[in-house]
Design a protein around this ligand. Structure first.
Ligand code: ADP
Ligand code: RBF
Ligand code: MG
Length: 298
């Protein structure tokens, strides 16, 4: 059972993957939102195959109360002909989580603002993005699209001059990251949850290299800004600040995490590097290294 922001696929990356997965396995799904039903239908008509995937679509105008309330979830369960206790609600808002629990359902929260996840204590689980949902935890069929510890994603690109980072000595730790400015990319970044990704990096004067990167707030350092930090998997004999760096991101590895010590963070990053290095030799990922965007110097 899905609710609220679900119509905005941009707000919830991985929504399309989940909907296709569940409907492909004939799992009955409902879309419940406070918006009037007509608005919901218009919004989802932009997403191919969504309308057919939902067995039930229910708008706020169809139940008496306007606010997120248990009624809308109970009504959806009734129309699905499923016991509330057998329903899983996926929610991004706090009132929605409360309403889902009040309806006697299991609730996974995907807060739209990750920094607020500590507020979602009543949810059965809080995840950073739908990419991290494990349906088998909830008695649903597992995703089968992970390959060698990586999740292929629709590739996307980002680029710009390499800027100075926080100078926390990542280089000293053996993990230099060529930071990119996030300024021009706020929309793009809001479409991609923070986490560890991998792909290809192009420096027009130097070549094309494998890379593994972190996008996010670096919970270990509790940054207040989202950063884009690719680690190019190559030994350079000099720095390349100011040079134009182009990235093609092809897969996802894991959400950002906090760690009890710097050593354990570094160990994890080395695991990420190994996963990326091996995965990028697979044809489905390696084919992107010839993309002209990587050699483009503008
Ligand atoms: P900062 O905090 O300024 O980002 P880092 O310690 O992360 O400093 O070092 C990053 C810089 O190191 C990059 O901007 C780049 O010029 C250089 N560098 C050298 N080798 C690499 C590499 N393999 N991957 C990324 N950056 C590298
Ligand atoms: N920082 C975190 O706080 N949590 C993480 O899970 C995390 N994962 C990372 C994964 C990779 C592949 C890279 C390159 C960096 C990651 N970082 C993470 C960012 C790290 O804190 C940052 O690069 C520091 O500046 C390293 O000293
Ligand atoms: Mg850096």
């Amino acid at each position: 059972m899905f609710s609220n922001q679900w119509c905005n696929i941009k707000a919830l990356p991985g929504a399309n993957r989940l909907i296709k997965h569940l409907s492909g396995h004939r799992v009955p799904i409902a879309l419940a939102s406070n918006s009037p039903r007509e608005n919901i239908e218009t919004k989802i008509s932009f997403h191919q195959g969504w309308k057919e995937s939902f067995l039930v679509i229910i708008g706020g105008d169809e139940v008496r109360s306007g606010k997120p309330s248990p009624e809308i979830f109970l009504e959806a369960a009734k129309r699905l002909n499923i016991e509330p206790s057998s329903c899983l609600v996926i929610e991004d808002s706090l009132p929605g989580v409360t309403a889902g629990k009040a309806a006697g359902m299991e609730v996974v929260a995907v807060p739209s603002l990750p920094k607020q996840s500590h507020l979602f204590t009543s949810a059965d689980e809080v995840i950073n993005s739908l990419l991290d949902l494990h349906p088998e935890k909830w008695g649903l069929p597992p995703f089968k699209d992970w390959i060698k510890d990586t999740l292929p994603i629709e590739s996307w690109q980002i680029g710009g001059p390499v800027i100075k980072g926080f100078g926390r000595g990542s280089k000293v730790l053996g993990i230099p990251t060529a930071n990119l400015s996030t300024e021009r990319y706020s929309t793009l970044l809001s479409e991609h949850p923070s986490g560890v990704y991998f792909g290809w990096a192009g420096l027009p004067m130097r070549g094309v290299f494998k890379m593994v990167m972190s996008i996010g707030w670096n919970p270990y350092f509790n940054n207040t800004e989202k950063t884009i930090e690719p680690w190019l998997l190559h030994d350079f004999d000099e720095d390349f600040y100011g040079e134009e760096l182009h990235l093609i991101i092809v897969g996802y590895i894991r959400p950002e995490a906090n760690f009890p010590s710097l050593e354990s963070l570094i160990e994890k990053i080395h695991e990420d590097r190994k996963i990326a290095e091996e995965a990028l030799d697979l044809p489905m990922y390696s084919k992107f290294k010839d993309d002209p965007y990587l050699k483009d110097s503008t």
